[in-house]
Ligand binder design. Structure first.
Ligand SMILES: NC(=O)c1ccc[n+]([C@@H]2O[C@H](COP(=O)([O-])OP(=O)(O)OC[C@H]3O[C@@H](n4cnc5c(N)ncnc54)[C@H](OP(=O)(O)O)[C@@H]3O)[C@@H](O)[C@H]2O)c1
Length: 384
């Protein structure tokens, strides 16, 4: 009953006060959902700027100003809505989890945007429902004066709910709550379409930033450091040889899917599907896709294109591939290069099988838990 009342009110708490969180907040508010944005007390630079401005000012695809309520009190965010979107980078999810663990969330949906296998490290939350998406619905940046610049909007995001592990029984009322929460999440995110996937691993594999970002950064490292990022990362930095290296990583990603019984599309096709575009290859996309070709390179390698996507995407893909008996050497090479360039031991700090709680899972158990379903109807049933 409580869940039904919440559905009628259409509220959402957004945990993560960066561009992705504020863009989602503005987008949801424009669709009639009442929103509260939570900023972790030690990560308030954007939240403070929005508070100082009194309004969230937006430009690009989203023009105008809107009032957005902001809090640094997680209790307020938990009480505000049963639907909570996590829009911190995956490297910040552990910090936020520490806060969330203080609450009973059995009637809440936690939607990690993007997830990067968040649900596997958050299984002890015992939330009503944990969902993961592959990407943020908006491509956006925060400008110096706290203005949100929206460069692109996805038409579709991939999504899945964490399913119980083999042998874990679920009470009927738990399933009923999860189904209601998933329905509410879909309604709130509408008109963004949701592509329900077989498992959270399929969703992680659909975060094609893991194919694009690390190689663009590493193969342009000299240019980034000598120019302070004064070039267009995709339009100038995604050249044919960079694309060849991306294709090698992409093939491993697709093989992981095959081993799990999933037919994955290539990274360009996934990006096309999300943005409603029709590019034929990596270089074409980098040069001509409007949300991508206007993105400047970051000023240094200390950027989430490496610090998030190497440990939380490539390390998990590499670990899964090797457990499934796949030659992951292209992905391992990228991780190794990132480690050599930055001095960070990403294999140890990233989402390896131990950190995902899958260290002792056999190949067969991985396939049983995260493998594909036969039809989209099965996938939706399994998701919700
Ligand atoms: N923006 C996009 O176009 C886009 C597109 C696709 C996917 N994404 C993904 O969406 C997520 C959010 O993106 P974003 O651009 O909004 O990221 P962001 O600005 O780097 O971070 C979002 C918010 O999380 C905070 N945060 C960072 N580390 C934290 C930690 N350890 N504990 C608590 N809070 C922390 C940030 O604070 P600080 O500012 O203090 O770091 C910021 O307020 C990322 O996973 C990103 O890869 C974004």
């Amino acid at each position: 009953m409580l869940v039904q009342q919440q559905q009628q009110q259409h509220t959402a708490s957004i945990v993560g006060a960066g561009p992705a969180g504020f863009a989602l907040a503005a987008g949801l508010q424009s669709q009639g959902t009442s929103v509260l944005v939570y900023s972790h007390p030690t990560h308030v630079r954007h939240a403070n700027q929005v508070r100082r401005n009194g309004l969230l000012r937006a430009s690009g695809l989203m023009e105008g100003s809107t009032r957005v309520r902001v809090t640094t009190d997680m209790a307020e965010a938990v009480a505000f809505s049963r639907i909570m979107f996590l829009t911190v980078p995956s490297t910040g999810q552990e910090t936020v989890l520490e806060e969330l663990r203080k609450f009973s969330l059995r009637q809440h949906a936690i939607v990690a945007v993007p997830g990067n296998l968040f649900s596997l490290i958050a299984a002890d939350l015992h939330a009503g429902c944990i969902l993961e998406t592959n990407l943020s619905p908006y491509s956006c940046r925060m400008e110096g004066d706290g203005e949100l610049r929206v460069l692109g909007k996805k038409e579709l995001v991939f999504i899945a709910a964490l399913q119980p592990a083999e042998g874990e029984e679920e009470e009927d009322d738990v399933v009923v709550v999860r189904r209601a929460l998933c329905g509410e999440v879909a309604r709130i995110l509408s008109p963004t379409r949701l592509k329900w996937c077989s498992s959270v691993v399929e969703v992680s594999l659909a975060n094609v930033n893991g194919v694009f970002h690390p190689l663009m950064m590493l193969m342009n490292a000299g240019r980034i450091e000598s120019t302070g990022g004064d070039f267009m990362l995709y339009a100038d930095g995604l050249t044919p040889s960079v694309a060849n290296a991306m294709a090698a990583v992409d093939r491993v990603r697709i093989q992981i899917g095959e081993a799990l019984g999933l037919r994955l599309d290539g990274a360009v096709a996934v990006s096309n599907e999300c943005y409603g575009q029709g590019f034929s290859n990596f270089v074409d996309l980098g040069r001509h896709s409007p949300p991508h070709n206007r993105l400047r390179a970051p000023p240094t390698l200390e950027n989430r294109n490496l610090t998030e996507d190497v440990p939380d995407l490539l390390v998990s893909w590499c670990s899964l591939a090797e457990k499934l008996g796949i030659d992951a050497s292209p992905i391992r090479a990228v991780i190794t290069l990132a480690q050599m360039a930055t001095g960070v031991d990403y294999l140890a700090t990233g989402r390896n099988l131990r950190r995902l709680g899958l260290e002792h899972a056999t190949r067969a158990e991985l396939i049983a838990r995260f493998g594909g379903c036969d039809s989209s109807a099965d996938r939706q049933k399994r998701a919700v």
